[in-house]
Ligand binder design. Structure first.
Ligand SMILES: [Ca+2]
Ligand SMILES: [Ca+2]
Length: 145
């Protein structure tokens, strides 16, 4: 039985809500960044569809909350396993739009760093920007900030 240890002065104020059954947070991981370059921080989420298929959604920050989530990227089935990925945000291209970086764990301490560039139409497919030699970088031993 859930117990709320809430105080009325700490009541949460929602800036976005899904409809019931509309969003599974257990399949998601979240990032922040200004993905549309308007100066206001947005929220992105990876979504694990299963079968190695991953999507990236963005809620654009607005003065009074967030836009509805829109999918900005989708891998093919088997194309990207979210559970082997550590995502991060930053403007890696220097154009004023935050991009998404992704360390991808191939196992055996073999890791690649990808960048998905933010564009007005969504994120580009991940492009490899760095790769370790086999045994060179064990992402499982790194600590998430
Ligand atoms: Ca923004
Ligand atoms: Ca950028």
């Amino acid at each position: 039985m859930p117990v709320c240890l809430c105080h009325s002065s700490l009541a949460l104020s929602s800036k976005w809500s899904s409809y019931e059954g509309g969003w599974d947070s257990g399949r998601s991981r979240y990032l922040s960044g200004d993905y549309n370059g308007d100066g206001r921080t947005d929220v992105a989420a990876s979504f694990d569809y299963g079968n190695g298929q991953t999507g990236v959604f963005v809620w654009e920050g607005k003065a009074d909350g967030f836009s509805d989530a829109t999918r900005r990227w989708l891998s093919n089935p088997g194309g990207w396993n979210a559970n082997q990925t550590r995502f991060m945000s930053g403007d890696y291209t220097g154009d004023g739009r935050a991009d998404i970086g992704a360390f991808y764990d191939y196992g055996n301490a073999s890791t690649s760093l990808f960048v998905m560039e933010a564009t007005p139409g969504g994120f580009t497919n991940p492009a490899t920007r760095w790769s370790s030699n086999p045994g060179g970088w064990d992402i499982a031993r790194t600590i998430t900030f």
